[in-house]
Design a binder for this molecule. Structure first.
Ligand code: GZL
Length: 320
């Protein structure tokens, strides 16, 4: 159980006030949050969820956008430590390089909660919990859908190109691993090219243009680690005179509104859900940590797979 500075002070103060017989309103919990950036529809929905949930919970949120740079996240965390916030939360842009600043937070007795992405540290006491998706399973789900599609295809082999997410990030590493695990040894699926599209529409389009220039009609499938890169690639495929969703089958991850619209238009074949709506779980975990209550070391979000056939029915229900 994490006993924070605020827990001890709060307890002693409450005892003193109770003895004096007067009532008191505890000061609002203060959270420092370092966000990856604003690179995708998913990230914007994640930011909105965190800000809304903080407001609902009466938590004072100090929010910093790192513009996808790790050094900006380290600076923000150091600033939160200097401001003596009650809890620090962040979505680490990449998995490595966090030990030093997390040790500084631990020395300051400020609990740290990870949301969305994981860090690769030997000392698991450097953070309280990780709230977010199982990216390896998301990659497996994408691979399983494609394996089922390939089994029904009359083509002897399907050539696959892959747009990876941010190099070194947990979702990029894990979605690649899960996908490869699901298609391993499948004689009908051949990996042709793989390259990062940095989770953005612009880079996804640029890299897909290069793939098309090199391989053209030999490309049968695109596996994109997020919908934004898939949507960028769709533009490149159309500009090359090919039909996305038909000439090139597209498998993607996130389940953002843009993906549902592309599926309804017949340009995307499936999106594996990765929920950005982590705000309420994050605020609950923060309140529990500060109150000295136990918090599980891993909180996994529940998610589904949305093939194009269900997109029109599901679109009105989507919250992001
Ligand atoms: C996944 C998240 C990824 C999304 C991308 O939890 O970290 O980052 O899949 C986003 O859209 O940019």
């Amino acid at each position: 159980m994490t006993v924070t500075r605020r827990t001890i002070l709060g307890g002693a103060f409450a005892l003193a006030v109770a003895a004096s017989g007067s009532s008191f309103a505890a000061k609002p919990l203060v959270m420092g949050f370092s966000q990856v950036g604003a690179e995708s529809e998913w990230r914007s929905a994640n930011t909105a969820s965190i800000k809304d949930a903080a407001k609902q919970a009466g938590i004072t949120l100090k929010f910093a956008d790192a513009q996808q740079k790790q050094e900006n996240q380290v600076k923000a965390i150091r600033s939160f430590i200097a401001q003596r916030v009650d809890v620090i939360a962040f979505s680490p842009v990449v998995e490595t390089g966090w030990e030093t600043v997390l040790r500084e937070a631990k020395a300051a007795k400020i609990p740290v909660i990870l949301t969305d992405r994981a860090v690769n540290v030997a000392d698991k006491s450097l953070y309280v919990t990780l709230i977010g998706s199982d990216f390896v399973e998301e990659g497996r789900r994408a691979g399983r859908w494609l394996a089922d599609y390939a089994a029904k295809s009359n083509k002897p082999v399907l050539n696959v190109v892959e747009l990876q997410g941010t190099v070194g990030s947990a979702p990029a590493l894990d979605r690649k691993a899960g996908f490869e695990e699901a298609i391993k040894g499948n004689p009908k699926l051949k990996m042709l090219r793989t390259q990062t599209g940095e989770f953005t529409r612009a880079k996804g389009k640029e890299v897909m243009e290069a793939f098309l220039k090199a391989h053209g009609k030999d490309i049968n499938v695109l596996y994109a680690h997020n919908d934004d890169m898939a949507i960028g690639a769709i533009q490149a495929i159309e500009e090359a005179g090919l039909k996305p969703g038909k000439d090139i089958i597209i498998v993607s991850i996130d389940g953002v509104k843009g993906a549902f619209q592309a599926m309804v238009a017949g340009k995307l074949n499936v999106s594996v859900e990765c929920s950005p709506l982590l705000g309420p779980q994050l605020m609950k975990a923060a309140q529990d940590v500060v109150a000295g209550k136990p918090v599980p070391p891993r909180i996994v979000t529940e998610e589904r797979v949305f093939p194009a056939e269900v997109a029109a029915k599901e679109l009105p229900n989507r919250k992001y």
